[in-house]
Write a protein that binds this ligand. Structure first.
Ligand code: CAA
Length: 390
């Protein structure tokens, strides 16, 4: 039987996340956006109420929520502000490869570092010349006895300035293309430098930085999975996190849809609220449909993960549809507001700027289409891995 009814626990979780977004995020979101202020106080509160590290296993002090539960939290927090939600959620991206490729001891060490203290971690994949083309990375990890020495720069790193540790992808066999990449857990020390904080169009409350590793030494036991198998680990990680990005995009679109709906009932033109005009009604209807379908696609891609199934194509469907929806719905919301929508005194201008990154980070909308096309035309037979067997 197919059933999209949430359990009572899931309804309570969603209500709790919504409550947090409404009371702790929304009231400060537009102010933090204006100056690009780092929302440490909101992140601390999210950690205290248990809305961070949602997928951290219970045995390591986390709530051990399912991927489906995670989408409920991510949509609500992003409804509040997707920049702050990105800061709160980024530990999940950094920690996913630990769950996939870390030994039990390493998982314990790194997950508890997130659940016992208010700590941030970052996922370091992208480089200036290696964005969509992951295997073009230049960061090197050279084995030296029982250590690896890492050199190279990673850019667009979420929470990079504030992270205590990093999941870093580096070439261990530079001539082997995607089969020469390995993943490491790197603690921040004096050899790790923050080179640049980006001044962004949207999601201005989130931190995006360039991080450089200068002869940074890592003990070999912090290699995640097998040497030279890091590319697959990265792809499997993104399969696990793209449903959450789809849920976040749904949250942005829903916020814009709600603002536009309310405004259309208040704004009077030609003697009636503009909601009485069919031109506006059809825009509102299209927004409602797209938000609804984005959510269903996010849920579907998450539930497959919870069932232990491979979800590569479904997570790309969800990520690209919800991201494109967020861009379209926020643009239409500005249209419903007319000239006022273009002005910062009104809420939808920020949402339109925030939506853009949804089509870019964790794989552009074009890369999602590439994955969908390949999976459709040349379906691969990659089994879903058990934890720690990447
Ligand atoms: N699961 C398991 N294995 C997979 C896989 C998956 N989902 N996808 C690919 N693979 C395997 C393939 O089977 C293949 O295996 P073999 O070595 O055995 O042949 C191997 O990986 C290489 O696959 P491809 O030939 O498809 O690789 P490609 O170089 O053509 O790249 C790509 C494919 C889809 C373009 C990929 O590079 C990609 O997803 N790029 C986008 C990167 C991205 O999303 N970056 C975002 C960074 S994170 C971020 O944005 C967060 C932040 O903090 C801002």
């Amino acid at each position: 039987m197919i059933d999209f009814t949430l359990t009572d626990e899931q309804k309570n979780l969603r209500e709790m996340a919504h409550d947090f977004a409404e009371k702790e995020i929304r009231p400060v979101a537009w102010e933090y956006d204006k100056d690009g202020t780092w929302p440490q106080d909101v992140i601390d509160k999210a950690w205290e109420v248990g809305l961070m590290n949602t997928h951290a296993p219970e045995e390591f002090g986390g709530p051990g929520l399912s991927f489906m539960d995670g989408t409920l939290v991510e949509e609500e927090l992003s409804w509040g502000c997707s920049g702050i939600a990105t800061s709160i959620g980024a530990n999940g991206l950094a920690a996913a490869p630990v769950a996939l490729g870390g030994s039990h001891e390493v998982q314990k060490e790194y997950f508890t570092s997130l659940t016992e203290r208010k700590t941030l971690a970052s996922f370091c994949l992208t480089e200036p010349d290696a964005g969509s083309d992951v295997s073009g990375m230049r960061t090197r990890a050279v084995k030296n006895g029982d250590k690896y020495v890492i050199n190279g720069s990673k850019c667009f790193i979420t929470n990079g300035t504030y992270a205590d540790w990093y999941t870093v992808y580096a070439k261990t066999d530079p001539d082997a293309g995607h089969r020469g990449i390995s993943a490491f857990l790197v603690r921040r020390d004096d050899t790790v430098t923050v080179d640049k904080k980006e001044d962004k169009m949207g999601q201005r409350a989130s931190n995006t930085a360039t991080i450089t590793f200068n002869d940074t030494e890592v003990d070999a036991r912090y290699l995640l999975g097998e040497e030279n198998k890091g590319f697959k680990l990265a792809m499997m990680t993104l399969d696990r996190t793209r449903p959450g990005v789809a849920a976040m995009a749904t949250g942005i679109a829903r916020a814009a849809f709600e603002f536009a709906t309310e405004y259309s009932k208040e704004r009077v033109q030609f003697g009636v609220p503009i909601a009485m005009h069919q031109a506006i009604q059809f825009m509102i209807a299209d927004m409602a449909t797209k938000v609804h379908l984005s959510r269903l696609a996010a849920w579907n891609s998450a539930v497959l993960l919870d069932q232990g199934k491979r979800n590569t194509i479904e997570s790309s469907h969800a990520k690209r549809f919800a991201a494109d929806t967020a861009m379209e719905v926020t643009t239409d919301a500005v249209q419903v507001y007319g000239g006022y929508g273009f002005i910062k005194d009104y809420p939808v201008e920020k949402l339109m700027r925030d939506a853009k990154i949804m089509q870019l980070y964790e794989g552009t909308s074009q890369i999602q289409r590439l994955v969908i096309a390949r999976e459709t035309l040349l379906p691969r037979r990659v089994e879903a891995p058990a934890a720690a067997t990447a």
